[in-house]
Design a protein around this ligand. Structure first.
Ligand code: SF4
Length: 227
């Protein structure tokens, strides 16, 4: 099954983006995550968002949305073993079969797949737009195990980027303020849509048409060989 990814972009000033900055609150969420201090893209850092984003003035917020209704209609035919996402491996492989809910597995697969695609697309955008940097949706999973866990430097420092959450932004506030969206999520159920939020920071105002042109055509593939 191939599902189209709908992309929306909205350009805001850096000041408007920082209205969703809740460094202390978001850090408490990060501290509850198993990636905390174990991934070079995750806190704790020896810098903060103000310093990291100092060279930039504008933020193009990029929202991805995927309707999940088509997945709902085939969810009983899916097999957990066909979803080998890094998130699944990190968080679910120790769980017994009866504890693993297919909706959660598909949601994790979708998030990781879109995160990986968007991370690469943001690097492409950085190549096209002078003085820009991408903030992808989530932690880096380029290596099977982040080298930070072995006390080593990042293997791909030129591709290492930080998510909005890692920099202390409350992403739910960004959805609400700029897209009038409140995300609902219930364990064991597919949400109506899979959504991710990324940002491309730029020094000058960017061309939204150029950004949409580079991002268009993204799809999510679900277990094609089984369906
Ligand atoms: S590229 Fe590898 S070492 Fe660097 S942050 Fe990502 S997972 Fe960690």
């Amino acid at each position: 099954m191939i599902l189209p990814v709908k992309i929306r972009v909205k350009q805001v000033s850096k000041e408007e983006l920082f209205e969703a900055h809740r460094k202390e609150e978001v850090l408490t969420y990060c501290q509850r995550c198993s990636n905390y201090e174990k991934n070079h893209s995750c806190p704790d850092f020896d810098f903060d968002a103000v310093r990291y984003l100092e060279p930039y003035e504008h933020a193009t917020v990029i929202l991805t949305e995927i309707e999940t209704q088509p997945i709902q209609s085939i969810i009983n035919q899916l097999d957990a073993l066909n979803f080998q996402s890094r998130v699944f491996n990190n968080y679910m492989k120790e769980e017994s079969d009866e504890k693993i809910d297919m909706s959660d597995i598909v949601s994790m697969h979708a998030f990781e797949d879109i995160k990986n695609q968007m991370s690469d697309q943001l690097l492409l955008l950085e190549d096209q737009i002078d003085q820009s940097i991408g903030l992808p949706p989530g932690s880096c999973t380029r290596c099977a195990v982040c080298l930070k866990q072995e006390g080593l430097a990042c293997r791909f420092p030129e591709m290492l980027r930080y998510s909005l959450e890692a920099l202390g932004f409350l992403v739910s506030e960004i959805y609400k303020a700029h897209f009038d969206m409140e995300l609902g999520w219930a364990k064991g159920e597919l949400p109506k849509q899979f959504c991710t939020c990324s940002v491309l920071m730029t020094k000058e105002k960017s061309d939204e048409t150029l950004i949409l042109g580079i991002l268009e055509g993204m799809v999510l593939r679900i277990n094609e060989e089984v369906i």
